[in-house]
Design a protein. Sequence first.
Length: 134
Amino acid sequence: MSPRKAEITCDYVFSRVQTEPNCGCWLWMGETNNKGYGRIVRGNNHYGLRERFLAHRVSYELVNGPVPEGMDLDHKCRVRLCVNPAHLEPVSRSENNRRGDLMKRKGVKLDGSAKWQVGLMASNPSIEERITNG
């Protein structure tokens, strides 16, 4: 684990989360990447570059320890902004891709910025707006 990643605390992560009462997702309200996943950016590394970490991986590792080598974290809830460790499962890359393909075949659509459309959030406009507009 990088020293910068080790500096990230539960308090830091949870201060950037809004819980969604209908499905139990912990929605990342901080910065996102171009694929719609939460991102944590920390200082400069020894090359003068900022280090970027996926928020869901950091959240999972804070609760469960390191993700097994060679494994992806699958969002069982299908919500890319979700950082709830209970909604994340270590799986192989092929299994993660297979599950994503199943959702596409079931009609779950991606918007132009590749963020999952989440109908469950419609009851909370601030969450729906965050997911839709980034």
